[in-house]
Write a protein that binds this ligand. Structure first.
Ligand code: AMP
Ligand code: TRP
Length: 335
């Protein structure tokens, strides 16, 4: 059971290649900042990564890279559980059970499915469609109170609430109804080449995002080339989406308010602002990159953390699944 004094946090991230500053500012950074306050479980969702074509080698390598990204960002495996979804089979099992209390119409309304399938609905995997049910299972399997994520996941967390409530009313109080934890700042970092699109690792143009592993030269080049708005004032405003985005990034990495930054660059123009922004981002990412390189050089560290995490998460998941099976009338006959 949860300690009554500390809320349970659960969040997940796909092991799909490079992480960018949107993943960091929208999710991972908040996990780290709130680590002491909550009882945390973080999950590398390799089963979710199967929804789009991948290979065994790539998925395996990306899983370790993601573990090292999370550890280098400051998640302490002594304080938080870090594990890989596929290591705990209860996720897939609960997902099937929950698909019986999820409506087809609910899944059809998920905007992430519409975005990812595009005009290709006939040939995307069925897993891409049922993806949100697995996410609901991830969350409610651990009596989660809070789910820290970026803005794009809001609809999935709302589905988790609806499914948990529906299950509880059909089978009796079983699941905690989770709430999204989406911050006002950083929850939607926009693309550098088009401030109307969110920054995304699947973007074909690598200049549209800053990867956490980009070199100082790459970061500086990408920021210099980032689109700006007409005019020359460094201010955040509804008609200045590009500057609003860059100011937001500056503010979160430097730990100073947007108003202060605006004041600092009054009359100075975009060039000076971008030079300093590049420096701020490089400086903020340097310690991360050093730790990340050390961890990548010694993959046994991640493997040990993940083995321990799977054991701890697995014990909780097994206990919860037993209750779920009883509630649903799935009696066990295997001895
Ligand atoms: P994903 O890489 O899709 O598994 O996303 C991992 C986490 O990063 C989720 O909590 C997302 O909501 C968050 N995220 C992804 N892209 C962005 C973005 N551009 N801005 C803020 N958060 C994001
Ligand atoms: N769908 C999430 C994303 O793309 C990843 C995810 C899977 C997740 N399971 C989760 C996030 C559970 C929070 C909680 O970002």
């Amino acid at each position: 059971m949860n300690q009554p004094s500390r809320k349970r946090v659960f969040s997940g991230i796909q092991p799909s290649g490079v992480s960018h500053i949107g993943n960091y500012l929208g999710a991972i950074r908040n996990w780290v900042l709130q680590q002491e306050q909550y009882d945390n479980i973080f999950c590398i969702v390799n089963l979710h990564a199967l929804t789009l074509p991948t290979t065994a080698e790539t998925l395996h390598a990306n899983t370790i890279t993601m573990a090292n990204t999370i550890l280098a960002a400051g998640i302490d495996p002594e304080r938080s559980i870090l594990f890989v979804q596929g290591d705990v089979p209860e996720h897939a099992e609960l997902s099937w059970l929950l698909s019986s209390v999820t409506m087809y119409g609910e899944l059809r309304r998920m905007t992430q499915f519409k975005d990812k399938s595009g005009s290709d609905e006939e040939s995307v995997s069925a897993a891409l469609f049922s993806y949100p049910v697995l996410q609901v299972a991830d969350i409610i399997l651990y009596d989660t109170d809070l789910v820290p994520v970026g803005e794009d996941q809001k609809q999935h967390i709302e589905l988790a609430r609806d499914v948990a409530q529906r299950f509880n009313s059909r089978y009796g109080e079983t699941f905690v109804v989770p709430a999204p934890d989406i911050k006002k700042d950083g929850a939607r970092v926009m693309s550098l080449d088009d401030p109307t699109k969110k920054m995304s690792k699947s973007d074909r143009n690598p200049a549209s995002f800053i990867a956490l592993t980009d070199t100082p030269a790459e970061i500086t080049k990408k920021i210099k080339r980032a689109v700006t708005d007409s005019g020359s004032d460094v201010i955040a405003a509804p008609d200045k989406p590009a500057l609003t985005n860059l100011l937001g990034i500056y503010s979160l990495f430097a730990g100073i308010s947007v108003a202060e930054i605006e004041e600092r660059y009054t009359g100075k123009g975009y060039g000076a602002f971008k030079t300093d922004l590049a420096e701020v981002v490089v400086e903020a990412l340097t310690p991360f990159q050093q730790r990340f390189a050390e961890l990548q050089a010694d993959p046994a560290i991640a493997r040990n953390v993940l083995a321990d995490g799977a054991a701890r998460a697995g014990a909780q998941a097994a206990a919860k699944m037993q209750i779920v099976q009883e509630r649903m009338g799935l009696s066990q006959h295997r001895t």
